[in-house]
Write a protein that binds this ligand. Structure first.
Ligand code: FAS
Ligand code: PHB
Length: 401
């Protein structure tokens, strides 16, 4: 059933990924009028394979705001990860090191849960509604022009939040003179697969090998999620299932351990980049999630950064609507970027540590092994990894409960 094309709201949200859906949920449950515009259809958004790890903070905000039923029923709590290199395997014990853990619960499930909540609440969520541009952001009634059901419409709001990902239109509404971008593109990609085979491990395995990086994750006791480092321009046609399993087995190699294989049901190649745009606000336009920043997925930060952005922004908007005070909105960009750059550094460090790069040389390889050996032999080094991987406590959560 199509939704009438709304013309006015308090907060216009572009994008129904984790950022837009969670922001809409956090505001709607506090009685704030929002509209979410999503240019894809519901099946596409719900089946897009992406992240798999929720930080402690993301788990907390879903639980604290009534969006955790699916996660608590089907999520897999994980207390550690394995680092595998040079024929050795070492566990990083999160609770022992930093008192926090993570949850394995796919982004697809988080998105499905938040869409179901929004539709049950009857809050406006328009699929196949493409935002074309954002104007008036330096005034007090910004507008989103969008195409929906073959016609163009205008949505006027008090605030616009671009949660429209790396390729969205929101970021481009910030004047070039006001925008600074920072980027690093890596000389490799990840080939990710979903396979109908029980995971060969209880917790995630991050493997460093001379042939390249590999990651063994999972989606359930029956479904494995695995990644293998490939050249940046890798073509899936060159990677039949047999070659993928062979590369994974080789890179996880460990005496007495065998990788279970099975039917691959989905495969895709994801390029690797680090990207940040500053500031994350211009006038009445705010940026959140991948619209503002991208991290290489080695640190499992992308989805969790999006959740942190919108938790901070939702509490700032609620404070503004309740008191008229704009100070928290004024500090949103600076506060969010502090967390973004911490996550950028951690993701960059994990990526540089674990991947072999074409120009690598024996010296670089030895540095990686020395770093890995330090991580598994020093409590201080392992604590730093555990703190960053499980994530820092979410800002602004108390105001949302
Ligand atoms: P999203 O990109 O998820 O959502 C943006 C939404 O806006 C989309 O639904 C899009 O259709 C919509 N949109 C775009 N333009 C629009 C317009 N003009 N009008 C209306 N709607 C519009 N992170 C991890 O932590 N681990 C991983 O393994 C991992 N793997 C990834 C694999 C891929 C291929 C990609 C692209 C990302 C991956 N990420 C991973 C990062 C990913 O999880 C993001 O961080 C997360 O999706 C961010 O959520 P959003 O900011 O909501 O952006
Ligand atoms: C995943 O399960 O998709 C996943 C887990 C950890 C990562 C990246 C992806 O670092």
């Amino acid at each position: 059933m199509s939704h009438p094309a709304p013309a006015r709201t308090r907060v216009a949200i572009i994008g129904a990924g984790p950022a837009g859906l969670l922001l809409g949920h956090l505001l709607h449950r506090k009685g704030v009028d929002t509209v979410i515009l999503e240019n894809r259809d519901r099946p596409y958004v719900e089946r897009r394979q992406r992240a798999g790890i929720l930080e402690q903070g993301t788990v907390d905000v879903l639980r604290a705001t009534g969006a955790a039923a699916g996660m608590d029923a089907r999520g897999l709590p994980h207390d550690g990860i394995e680092l595998r290199f040079a024929g050795e395997s070492h566990r990083i014990d999160f609770p022992a090191l930093c008192g926090r853990s993570v949850m394995v619960y796919a982004q697809t499930e988080v998105v499905k849960d938040l869409i179901a909540l929004r539709l049950e609440a009857g809050a406006p969520l328009l699929f196949e509604a493409e935002a074309l541009n954002v104007t008036g952001i330096e005034g007090d009634a910004p507008q989103v022009r969008y195409r929906y059901e073959g016609e163009e419409h205008t949505l006027t709001a008090e605030y616009v939040v671009a949660c429209d990902g790396f390729h969205g239109v929101g970021r481009r509404a910030v004047p070039d003179a006001a925008r600074r971008t920072f980027e690093r593109v890596y000389p490799f990609s990840w080939l990710g697969v979903l396979a109908d085979v029980p995971p060969s491990c209880d917790e995630l395995i991050y493997a460093h090998s001379p042939a390249g990086f590999a990651l063994h994750s999972m989606r359930s006791p029956e479904v494995s999620r695995l990644y293998v480092q490939v050249p940046p321009d890798a073509d899936l046609a060159d990677w039949p299932d047999e070659r993928i399993w062979e590369a994974l087995s080789d890179r996880f190699a460990l005496d007495g351990w065998k990788l279970g294989t099975g039917p691959i049901t989905e495969k895709s190649v994801t390029p690797m980049r680090s990207f940040v745009t500053e500031p994350m606000r211009h006038g009445r336009l705010f940026l959140a999630g991948d619209a503002a920043h991208i991290v290489p997925p080695t640190g499992a930060k992308g989805l969790n950064l999006a959740a942190a952005d919108v938790t901070l922004l939702a509490s700032a908007l609620l404070h503004r609507f309740a008191t008229g005070d704009e100070s928290r909105l004024d500090s949103y960009s600076e506060d969010a970027l502090a967390r973004v750059w911490r996550a950028e550094h951690f993701s960059y460090t994990m990526t540089s540590l674990l991947h072999t790069s074409p120009e690598d040389d024996p010296f670089g390889h030895r540095l990686q092994l020395a770093h890995l050996r330090y991580l598994v032999s020093s409590e201080a080094a392992a604590t730093s990894l555990a703190e960053n991987y499980t994530g820092l406590p979410l800002p602004g959560l108390d105001a949302l409960v």
